[in-house]
Design a protein around this ligand. Structure first.
Ligand SMILES: [Zn+2]
Length: 335
């Protein structure tokens, strides 16, 4: 039986997007009062007091860090109540975090959870064809750990500016390092030249972030040391996690394709020396949308790709350099 009056009474109590957002604002601002007022009896019993709720909120806040940008938000019906889901880029987790507030049928807050985002961010640039003639920003063979357009292939995809980013490492034999792996120097990628992928002007540089001890990423400085290059095509390259003090260009410098701009490092939210590369539509990554980066003239697992996007598990290298090596091998006497 349909009872309009009752339905409208229940709906009146369900949280609106605006109310949910206000609670998240309270969470980040460490204001426990409004959340305590909204809390269900069960939640109040669980946390004991407003101070107890404040501690839960602080723990959540510490796991998220600062919110950089909101990616998606929604209200969905679940278990007779409502879930507010908000996917954000945050400073303490590189790849997008989902915060969920659960409300019961009376619109009372019953809990708060966080988990890594696992869905690709909405994108308006999927059909974008790269205008800049990009070459890979390194020489020699590198292994693509994360690359591609789907979350399963690329853990960057939940975050808009990283939507088409890639992480590359050097793998030799069984892995990315020799020895214990406890020092950055153990890693094959450490200190390797990082190159401008195309001509452009340097528009941002970060060079003072300490390199991490392997497997101890530093929250709060996402990309660590970075170089951002404006290619003059509406496209901007970002190279991240660079070695402290290795950036050899400054803002305003003109660079040419293949020019060394830094060395590979382990700064920011990075567990071991590797390169994070992304193409964007803005110099400022907190505002940018990621663009598909189609590189030209590279080998992927030994096969020439004239224009393409490196994919997870591929070993990729700049073809012209490989061709020069091949020639050198064929004519050892040289010319
Ligand atoms: Zn990355």
């Amino acid at each position: 039986m349909f009872v309009p009056a009752l339905i409208s009474l229940v709906l009146a109590q369900a949280p609106s997007l605006k109310e949910s957002r206000a609670l998240v604002d309270d969470l980040y601002a460490a204001r426990s009062g409004p959340m305590w007022k909204r809390a269900s009896v069960a939640l109040k019993t669980k946390v004991g007091s407003e101070a107890g709720l404040g501690q839960v909120m602080a723990a959540t806040r510490n796991s998220l860090g600062r919110e950089v940008r909101v990616i998606t938000e929604s209200l969905v019906d679940a278990n007779g109540g409502t879930l507010y889901r908000r996917v954000s880029a945050v400073t303490n987790w590189a790849r997008g975090m989902e915060l969920e507030l659960a409300f019961d049928a009376d619109g009372r807050l019953t809990g708060m959870t966080t988990r890594p985002a696992v869905k690709e961010a909405p994108t308006v640039t999927a059909l974008h064809k790269t205008k800049t003639p990009l070459r890979l920003p390194f020489d020699g063979p590198w292994y693509v750990l994360w690359g591609g357009r789907k979350y399963d292939d690329n853990r960057h995809t939940p975050v808009p500016d990283m939507r088409y980013a890639m992480d590359v490492f050097i793998v030799k034999g069984p892995g990315t390092f020799q020895g214990s792996g406890g020092r950055n120097e153990d890693y094959w990628a450490w200190g390797q030249p990082m190159l401008a992928p195309a001509d452009g002007v340097v528009v941002a540089v970060e060079n003072g972030v300490p390199d991490n001890v392997p497997n101890q990423p530093r929250p709060g400085v996402l990309y660590g040391n970075t170089v951002v290059i404006d290619h003059g095509t509406g496209e901007f390259s970002l190279l991240g996690h660079l070695q402290k003090g290795s950036v050899s260009v400054k803002v305003g410098d003109r660079v040419v394709a293949g020019q060394q701009v830094a060395r590979c490092g382990n700064s920011g939210m990075s567990t071991e020396p590797h390169l994070h590369y992304q193409l964007m539509d803005d110099a400022e990554w907190t505002k940018a949308q990621g663009l598909p980066a189609q590189f030209r003239g590279y080998l992927a697992n030994g096969r020439l790709v004239e224009t393409g996007e490196p994919l997870r598990t591929q070993v990729v290298s700049h073809a012209a350099v490989e061709a020069r090596r091949e020639t050198a091998r064929e004519s050892p006497a040289g010319e």
